[in-house]
Design a protein around this ligand. Structure first.
Ligand code: NAP
Length: 289
């Protein structure tokens, strides 16, 4: 017999969705939702005509499912997008979030669910601009663009278990979802939100080192990038802990062991903890405005 969770997954969502702010993250969410089995109508907005045109180019043949409008061409675009929306996703930069919330507040359907993906603004701060609304915060990451993201979601004070379930199903269209307490969302952001940047930094530095050691740039890029892509795929494929997979490469007294010892001597653990603390501290600063 299927579990309740499996049964819920079989039920596709039917809703009008507005995505306000359709840059990197808004577009990833839009694409995931349009590719999903959910029966949805989406209205998306941008500030400039240019950005709206770009979305038009990546989402051809979707007339009837997708409306795109820019504030530059239609100053009331946000208001028009939210007035029939059951779910409103706020995906503008954090600095523009509260002004946007105040702009749309009088025009939202009373029972609309508001989901903010903005870093560093708590549901409490947002609720002051959106009195009485049910609010959820979601923190996706950029692999969401190819359906391989991981999103943390947290309930604001008024959001219900059903709201969290709905948000979970929506964000599952762009990857994995973890439901966590909002008090841990800044930490999640420092881990999985910023995580892709840490990974790319390592790829960059590793490639630089391979070139400095004498490899041709093109060969260095191929070797480094394919090593990381292949290793991540192996981690995904094997049901093994990363430490176990690492041990399989690290023969006692071998070459890898020497290299790993250098990383350990440089105290990689402390370095990563410091980087995460810096990201969390910045999120707290942003939250204080
Ligand atoms: N990127 C990430 O990895 C990531 C991860 C997790 C969460 N987030 C959050 O996602 C949010 C968006 O980030 P992003 O990287 O997608 O930024 P972005 O690429 O700069 O996109 C912002 C979008 O908002 C539009 N916009 C600006 N003001 C607007 C307004 N008043 N009404 C409607 N649209 C407006 C912009 O239009 P124009 O292009 O025309 O200016 C653009 O489409 C941020 O709050 C960020 O914290 C991002």
């Amino acid at each position: 017999m299927p579990t309740l969770a499996a049964m819920l997954k079989l039920v596709s969502i039917q809703a009008n969705i507005a995505i306000l702010g359709t840059g990197n993250m808004g577009e990833a969410i839009m694409t995931g939702l349009l590719d999903s089995e959910h029966k949805i109508q989406i209205s998306v907005t941008t500030r400039s005509i240019n950005s709206a045109n770009k979305i038009g180019l990546v989402s051809q043949n979707l007339e009837g499912f997708l409306q795109i409008a820019s504030l530059e061409a239609h100053p009331d675009a946000n208001i028009e997008a939210v007035k029939d929306a059951d779910i409103v996703i706020l995906a503008v930069k954090p600095i523009a979030l509260i002004a946007l919330a105040k702009e749309i507040a009088p025009h939202l359907k009373k029972d609309a669910l508001v989901i903010s993906v903005a870093a560093g603004t708590s549901t409490h701060s947002l609720s002051l601009a959106l009195p009485g609304m049910r609010i959820i915060r979601a923190m996706p990451n950029t692999p969401a663009k190819i359906g391989k993201g991981v999103t943390g979601i947290s309930a604001g004070a008024r959001a219900t278990d059903a709201d969290i379930q709905l948000a979970k199903e929506l964000f599952e269209s762009i990857g994995a979802v973890a439901v966590i307490d909002e008090s841990q969302l800044d930490l999640l952001s420092a881990v999985s939100g910023s995580g892709p940047a840490y990974f790319y930094l390592f790829v960059e530095r590793f490639t630089d080192a391979a070139i400095a050691a004498g490899l041709e740039p093109e060969a260095a890029r191929t070797l480094v990038e394919e090593t990381f892509i292949g290793s991540a795929a192996l981690l995904d494929h094997e049901n093994e802990a990363p430490a176990e997979l690492r041990r399989a490469v690290t023969s006692p007294k071998g070459t890898t062991e020497q290299a790993i010892a250098v990383f350990e001597e440089a105290d990689l653990t402390t370095l990563i903890r410091s980087a995460m603390r810096a990201a969390v501290a910045r999120a707290k600063e942003l939250n204080q405005g």
